[in-house]
Design a protein around this ligand. Structure first.
Ligand code: GLV
Length: 287
């Protein structure tokens, strides 16, 4: 779509573009299509004085300095809606996997130490009749909640259905779906974790910054919660080594939206946003 009308400079290296290369390549460009691994701040924007649009291929945009963009009249777009179902499905994959110890069982079988079926062997937590506490009542949080009845769970939203503290105290599974950024940084800290049931599970498919990883390790060590499933981390792709030592923690590499269908739709939406802005039309999904 893009190359019919514009010339494109594509970074085709493995992984995230190195910062100095981004700063070099962006000079003279009108548009940037970027990933959540790129920090797009005032320095990047000032390296391209003609920049008109930054299209993030992600729904979250805590990697972009929005006020710096506004000050420079640069349009910022994200990719909402197209990934909602993929992330909600993946959240349920994590809830089910951590509740039923799927990854732990896989490790055991591969490790060759499975001794056979046992009446009380590797028991997990049944979901039916339990409360699912959801932080963040946006598109993804609501899509996760919509699937709760299929598993016999009651979904409740922090602030909407009950105060956060009550949700922490009463929920059996807590799933995070708030945006990242300064407002939610370490929302789940030592104090919050200490309020959770000892039998409760924490699931994070939103942003790593929302959970204080050091506090989570402490809560697991003290057995203040029963387990956690994390798709996102404070310093991706780094994962704190201590978290890897807990059998009751499921660690996956930021895969929430990673289906062929959804990633194609996200890239497509980012391109259409750029075409709209450069063509003088309003962006489809501005932030
Ligand atoms: C992925 O984490 C996204 O924000 O789309």
């Amino acid at each position: 779509m893009l190359e019919q009308h514009y010339s494109i400079d594509l970074y085709s290296g493995d992984g995230a573009i190195p910062r100095d290369e981004l700063l070099r390549q962006i000079a003279g460009k009108d548009a940037l299509i970027c990933l959540l691994s790129e920090r797009v701040d005032a320095t990047v924007m000032d390296a391209a004085p003609g920049l008109k649009v930054v299209a993030n291929i992600a729904v979250g945009y805590d990697n972009i300095d929005i006020s710096a963009a506004r000050a420079r009249r640069i349009v910022v777009t994200n990719t909402p809606d197209v990934l909602t179902d993929a992330v909600a499905e993946f959240t349920w994959a994590l809830i089910l996997a951590v509740a039923r110890r799927v990854a732990e069982g896989d490790r055991l079988v591969r490790g060759g130490s499975w001794k056979g079926w046992g009446l009380d062997f590797m028991l997990g937590m049944e979901l039916r009749g339990k409360q699912l506490g959801i932080l963040g009542a946006g598109r993804i949080g609501r899509a996760v909640a919509a699937k709760a009845p299929a598993f016999g769970m009651t979904a409740v939203f922090a602030r909407h259905d009950m105060p956060l503290d009550q949700l922490l105290v009463t929920s059996d599974v807590i799933s995070i779906h708030t945006p990242g950024g300064p407002e939610t940084r370490h929302l789940i800290n030592r104090k919050a974790l200490a309020r959770m049931k000892r039998s409760a599970l924490l699931v994070n498919t939103a942003r790593g910054s929302i959970v204080d990883e050091e506090a989570l390790a402490w809560a697991l060590e003290e057995r203040l919660i029963a387990g956690a499933a994390l798709d996102v981390y404070e310093r991706e792709p780094e994962v704190s080594p201590i978290l890897k030592t807990f059998e009751n923690v499921l660690l996956v590499p930021h895969l929430g939206s990673a289906t062929r269908e959804t990633r194609t739709a996200m890239a497509d939406l980012a391109v259409r946003n750029v075409l709209a802005v450069l063509g003088g039309d309003p962006p489809l999904t501005p932030v």
